[in-house]
Design a binder for this molecule. Structure first.
Ligand SMILES: NC(=O)c1ccc[n+]([C@@H]2O[C@H](COP(=O)([O-])OP(=O)(O)OC[C@H]3O[C@@H](n4cnc5c(N)ncnc54)[C@H](OP(=O)(O)O)[C@@H]3O)[C@@H](O)[C@H]2O)c1
Length: 335
């Protein structure tokens, strides 16, 4: 089969398209999946660009969508012909979060889905939404589930609440999608006025350019009539969290998802305390959360925002496009 591998030292130039042996037939409790699509996440970029150390020859990409082509002994959950998507934490089936580790995450601790076939234990997949094609379905396991978990599982988002999304990347546009479906108002920020025009068309109620208005958190607070924002999708980290504190209502929830501005920094802890705000870190979600998200996507006909598509053999170009920041929502990979 065709696959893409990362060579050490990892960089976008080190990605190579190779022919490798097909995976083994599925053993007990395993399935073999023919992959049709994947999508890019910042985490994948960090692996292929050498920011997160990985094994020489690792197959990147945590997201995969495809069709079951063989099932091993004892497999009851899937049958040949079923459409499936991957899970980010295959061993986290349900319940409380485990210790944060990427040991079993595809494209990081184990091989990912930049390839045509994969044989894995059943927990490495769930059924795909019936309402999405493979490209749409492949955007869900990392970015989609992170936004779903933040707002719907941890945040218990209510109709009429206000959600602030930072930037227009994959996670943030999923948060826009889920928030609007749940009857919430959305404030979107971006470095680009053009992108803000697009997110207004996608349903954002108010937009702020975070480059031209450094006090975007205060503007967001005022836009709510002085009540404050209920949820912030925090992808910036230390460079943005103080404006997020300014934006929230008393008791508001900052979902700390990304650290695009750096790994550590000064947090205005007194302001957070005065606001009685909740700052919660999270990484993706469990298999059970993914199944609930898929049910909601099917019930509401929700469509992920994909701005660009690349063939697998052009994976390095796809990552260069992500690096340029020109995308809006997801970059999909056709396998
Ligand atoms: N914790 C988790 O489970 C989890 C899961 C997925 C992703 N993440 C993290 O979340 C972050 C975003 O991931 P992604 O896959 O959505 O990335 P992405 O699709 O590459 O999106 C990145 C976007 O972030 C925006 N951005 C960059 N710097 C910003 C800043 N200072 N303030 C506000 N927005 C900024 C930009 O939007 P504009 O171009 O509109 O300005 C950019 O397009 C990354 O740090 C990633 O590692 C975490």
């Amino acid at each position: 089969m065709k696959a893409v591998r990362v060579r050490n030292p990892a960089s976008l130039d080190s990605l190579e398209v190779v022919d490798i042996a097909d995976p083994a037939e599925p053993g007990p409790g395993e399935v073999t999946v023919k992959l049709y699509a994947s999508s890019l996440n910042f985490h994948d970029y960090a692996v292929v660009a050498g920011m997160i150390p990985t094994e020489d020859g690792r197959i990147p990409l945590s997201d995969g969508a495809g069709e079951v082509v063989a099932v091993g002994e004892g497999v009851e959950e899937f049958a040949v012909g079923d459409r499936v998507i991957s899970t980010f934490f295959p061993k986290w089936r349900a319940g409380a979060p485990p210790m944060g580790s990427f040991e079993t995450t595809p494209g990081d601790g184990i091989d990912g889905f930049a390839c045509e076939l994969a044989t894995r234990p059943v927990e490495a997949f769930t059924h795909a939404p019936e309402s999405l094609d493979f490209l749409g379905a492949a955007t869900l396991p990392c970015a989609g589930l992170t936004a779903w978990r933040a707002l719907m599982e941890d945040g218990k988002l209510q109709p009429g609440q206000t959600v602030l999304i930072q930037g227009t990347g994959g996670v943030s546009l999923f948060a826009l999608l889920f928030a609007k479906a749940a009857g919430a108002r959305v404030i979107a920020t971006s470095s680009s006025d053009d992108k803000l025009g697009t997110v207004r068309k996608l349903g954002a109620d108010h937009t702020i350019n975070y480059k031209s208005n450094e006090n975007w958190g205060e503007e967001a607070f005022e836009w709510t009539g002085g009540r404050g924002v209920d949820h912030v999708i925090e992808v910036g980290g230390p460079g943005t969290v103080n404006q997020s504190i300014a934006a929230i209502r008393p008791g508001g929830h900052i979902h700390l998802i990304g650290v695009l501005t750096g790994r550590s920094g000064e947090v205005e802890t007194a302001a957070l305390m005065r606001k009685m705000g909740r700052l919660q870190g999270l990484t993706v979600g469990s298999r059970a959360m993914q199944q609930r998200m898929i049910a909601a996507i099917d019930a509401n006909g929700l469509k992920p925002q994909i701005s660009d598509r690349f063939a697998l053999k052009r994976l390095a170009d796809a990552f260069r496009h992500e690096e340029s920041g020109k995308h809006l929502g997801k970059i999909a990979i056709e396998i």
